[in-house]
Design a protein around this ligand. Sequence first.
Ligand SMILES: NC(=O)c1ccc[n+]([C@@H]2O[C@H](COP(=O)([O-])OP(=O)(O)OC[C@H]3O[C@@H](n4cnc5c(N)ncnc54)[C@H](O)[C@@H]3O)[C@@H](O)[C@H]2O)c1
Length: 282
Amino acid sequence: MEIRRVGVVGLGTMGAGIAQVSVQAGYETVGREISLELAERGKATIDRYLSRGVEKGRLTQEEKDAAIGRLTLTTELADLNGCDLVIEAVLEELPLKREVFAVLERVTRPEAVLATNTSALSVGEIAEATKRPERVVGMHFFNPAPVLPLVEIVRAPKSSEEAVQAAYDWAESAGKQPVNCNDTPGFIVNRILIPLLNDCVRVLDEAGVTPEDLDKAMTNGAGWPLGPCALVDLIGIDVHVHASEALYAKLGEERMAPPERLVEMQKQGRLGRKTGRGFFEY
Ligand SMILES: NC(=O)c1ccc[n+]([C@@H]2O[C@H](COP(=O)([O-])OP(=O)(O)OC[C@H]3O[C@@H](n4cnc5c(N)ncnc54)[C@H](O)[C@@H]3O)[C@@H](O)[C@H]2O)c1
């Protein structure tokens, strides 16, 4: 199926990034927020990133203007009625996402693909809030969405092959690197990365290593492009702790539970780059 018009529900961190990817790829995009003020804020974020792109010579002023011109804003889910693909990026709360999908199913055409950007919820449980779960898939972007190429295309138990393929093809057409996977906790990257980073943090105390030396060890000994402590600082201690708790709750493996050191850092407000202080100072 051909996707011409895209809807993005929520223009927060991820939604704004996804809407940017969409308009830059040439798609008419409707961004829905809960207030016009938040919608304008999301649009301003996109505008700022694109302006920076112009300054750095990654795109021309004309391309930027055209991209921004493809974005329309609304506070009504009903205004997504003409969209062929809708990507939901609201708060990570199952009842809220189910509520959004129940409305999306009513207002969109039967053939529209409805995607969730959930990190840790079950796509199948979200899909079951609709009468056409076969049109529901996961599209898990990574933060920042305009920069990181990967999109995990998640097939829930009832997702149709056609809906999965349409989401995959759209992601590819938008310049992303999609991969397919099942609807299992953490999908691919988080399932691997979360316990791995938790192991790294535990090694700090177990082996008496400084964060500087741990990063030195993993970049020089394992060829990691970024050390684990620098990576957790970039992700955000709070985001990582939350993701660890979610994965641990689902799979129950001890390695998935957030290490005490990270929980302590979170309590102290040392959240990484965003607060200027995590394992390192910024
Ligand atoms: N931040 C990340 O690194 C990351 C990465 C991949 C996926 N995700 C997932 O993306 C989704 C959004 O995360 P985010 O980081 O952009 O969050 P965010 O807090 O930046 O944005 C949340 C969005 O939800 C909207 N919202 C809040 N209350 C609402 C309501 N009652 N009804 C409808 N919308 C409401 C907000 O207006 C905002 O647009 C989550 O499911 C999250 O798990 C996040």
